[in-house]
Design a protein around this ligand. Structure first.
Ligand SMILES: [Zn+2]
Length: 349
């Protein structure tokens, strides 16, 4: 029997205090709540927990332009009124507001992804999870769709130091435009995005005809979908496409972005997927037994706690093999209970 997968889990409690502003759908305190649930279910005992380093500006500039990184570093809520031209140039404003500790937030979630990729590269784990990461819309020189720094691109660049080819899979309801754009001209990264397309749905890209260019031609795959797709249709498409992609492309590592907004009931999403549907996608990818970097982006008003609980119930975290329905039955936890059970220690290396 294959030995159990070793899982590295990256988390920094400081993200819990990040506040995008009133009425903004992005609420990083959900990350904190999610983490408390992880503790309440004793899942941390099945994983190695690491506090990520805060990515240095020079690390962020491996993908982003140095001037954009520098501006993110410099701008504060108090000074932003002095920089209206720059705010417009870098697309900061309503969707991507300037808030207290914005740059530190970027450093934490990007640092988590970079650390996760390094651990995978050094074969110190089989699967790495970064709750705070997966911000797939950010572009080289501008913010987009609540995303400032594209940590996924930075993670893939790290993986490319050790792997000839990396596969990026995105099942967020929105097109993974930032990652696709970053690797549109190369055959070293294959991007596959399943998303809602049409009706002016954000970000408006991801046509089936967009397949990459130059060296990257045929190395970008878009699966545009309509409202209401259900588990049966989605997982059939997913399995057929991803199995063929892995067979033909032979990636050395996989990055999987499971945006929670593709689940039924999300206020900004429009798909009809259940937790089982999502779980099946993770299960399919996990079966390839390749180094796996995985995200569950809570970028929309979805109730992340419910998400984790359901995921536990349905055993989506097959990596551990422990996260089962019986755990839920045994521990009917509330958030208050979770807070009281927050004893864990970070690993240091
Ligand atoms: Zn999304």
């Amino acid at each position: 029997m294959r030995p159990k997968d070793k899982i590295a889990y990256f988390y920094d409690g400081d993200v819990g205090s990040v506040y995008f502003g009133p009425n903004h759908p992005m609420k990083p305190h959900r990350l904190c709540m999610t983490h408390h649930l992880v503790l309440a279910y004793d899942l941390h005992k099945k994983m190695e927990i690491y506090r990520p380093h805060k990515a240095y500006p020079v690390e962020l500039a491996q993908f982003h332009s140095a001037d954009y990184v520098e501006f993110l570093h410099r701008i504060t809520p108090d000074t932003q009124h002095l920089f209206s031209n720059e705010l417009a140039r870098y697309n900061l404003g309503e969707d991507c507001p300037v808030f207290e500790n914005l740059f530190e937030f970027c450093q934490i979630y990007a640092g988590g992804t970079i650390d996760a990729a390094r651990r995978l590269n050094n074969q110190l784990c089989d699967i790495a999870i970064n709750w705070a990461g997966g911000l797939h819309h950010a572009k080289k020189c501008e913010a987009s769709g609540f995303c400032y720094i594209n940590d996924l691109v930075l993670g893939i660049l790290e993986l490319l130091k050790y792997h000839a080819r990396v596969l990026y899979i995105d099942i967020d309801v929105h097109h993974g435009d930032g990652v696709e754009e970053a690797f549109y001209f190369t055959d070293r990264v294959m991007t596959v995005s399943f998303h809602k397309y049409g009706d002016m749905f954000f970000p408006g890209t991801g046509d089936v005809k967009d397949i990459g260019e130059r060296e990257g031609k045929f190395y970008a795959i878009n699966v545009p979908l309509k409202d209401g797709i259900d588990d049966t249709s989605f997982t059939r498409l997913f399995k057929t496409i991803i199995s063929k992609v892995v067979e033909m492309y032979q990636p050395g590592a996989i990055v999987l972005q499971c945006g929670a907004d593709s689940l039924a009931g999300d206020r900004l999403g429009c798909f009809n997927l259940s937790i089982d549907g999502h779980a099946e996608c993770v299960r399919i990818v996990k079966k390839f037994n390749l180094p796996l970097l995985v995200y569950f982006l809570f970028d929309q008003p979805f109730n992340c706690c419910k998400y984790v609980m359901f995921k536990v119930q349905r055993g989506i975290f097959y990596p551990t093999g422990y996260w089962r329905w019986r755990i839920y039955k045994r521990k009917c936890c509330t958030l208050l209970d979770c807070r009281n059970r927050s004893s864990f220690r970070y690993r240091t290396s």
